[in-house]
Design a protein around this ligand. Structure first.
Ligand code: AKG
Length: 304
């Protein structure tokens, strides 16, 4: 039945079917949740191998997972989604996508898929922040949301993710004196997320998070999958800029199309909006088309 909460009804059913009720409750209460050991070993290894390969190309130095000596501190390895099918497979993981859909609706986009690539060194600390890039007060619902896959075991000394539980309810960014994760001014509300490689951490866009510096040898890798509601500016450019083989592989999947911004209709040029036919004097403007378009953008409720 089409009710005013049909999108919410659907995602709620999906969350129950996937046995994610505990994660759903944690997201609401604490602003984040962990699904341990989510990625199959082969997926984890392939993704990690690809990240190391791309990092070698980007930096001109061969990464050493055990020592990390060629790559101290922190660097970003961007634009991973289109670079290997394993990243597309991870993007479409039904469990993480179900929780993201609860937070952002079916119409959300992928904003970026990057690796925070961290070797030993104090400068590898990422201070507490939240990813909702707008002035306070932040809306109480998520405008953006993250899935952070641990590509190696996460430990505090290894430079793992840090979160401030319940900070999604503060509706603001941390102030400068609340951002530190090390030293005398370290925020006492922050906790380390220590989980095995292959686990996924999902959080509400208003949650304060960051990561500790790595104080032991080796590399700490994540896969940071960042999503946004469809009116938000996206960090990475997908849509028609994606490699043709990616569009060929997933272009018929409606969910992938929306995530990868293949349904974008903005940025009109002389030919006008693609959903109109200007030659026929805008013959496509009718109630049904407009309703379909509004539904794609807003849906019947805030969960669309
Ligand atoms: O895992 C990390 O190092 C932190 C990631 C982060 O801050 C982010 O994805 O916004």
């Amino acid at each position: 039945m089409d009710t005013s909460t049909s999108d919410l009804d659907n995602i709620f059913e999906e969350i129950k079917r996937l046995d994610l009720m505990q994660n759903f409750a944690e997201l609401e209460a604490y602003g984040y949740t962990v699904i341990e050991n989510l990625l199959p070993q082969a997926t984890l290894e392939t993704a990690r191998e690809q990240i190391l390969k791309i990092a070698a190309k980007q930096t001109g130095r061969e990464p050493d997972l055990k020592t990390g000596k060629e790559h101290p501190d922190w660097r970003l390895i961007p634009y991973l989604m289109g670079r290997h099918s394993i990243f597309q497979e991870i993007l479409l993981n039904e469990k993480t996508l179900a929780l993201i859909t609860y937070l952002l609706g079916y119409s959300c986009n992928l904003s970026s898929m990057t690796c925070h690539f961290k070797g030993p060194g104090e400068a590898g600390v990422l201070p507490l922040h939240c990813d909702t890039g707008m002035p306070a007060p932040l809306p109480p619902y998520s405008n953006v949301a993250n899935v952070n896959f641990a590509m190696v075991d996460y430990t505090k000394e290894g430079g793992c993710l840090a979160v401030v539980p319940e900070s999604h309810k503060f509706s603001r960014n941390p102030r400068p004196n609340e951002m530190a994760l090390t030293g005398d001014n370290a925020n006492p509300m922050a906790i380390p997320i220590e989980v095995p490689a292959g686990s996924a951490v999902i959080w509400h866009g208003n949650l304060w998070h960051g990561s500790y510096p790595r104080t032991i040898p080796g590399l700490r890798l994540n896969l940071a999958v960042y999503f946004a509601r469809p009116w938000w500016r996206l960090q990475e450019r997908y849509g028609d800029s994606l490699p043709a083989e990616v569009i060929e592989r997933h272009g018929n999947n409606p969910r992938f199309r929306q995530l990868a911004n293949l349904n974008e209709t903005m940025g009109w040029q002389e030919e006008g909006p693609s959903f109109l036919n200007l030659k026929d004097g805008g013959a496509n403007i009718n109630a049904e088309n407009i309703a379909r378009r509004m539904r794609a953008l807003n849906g019947s409720g805030w969960h669309a």
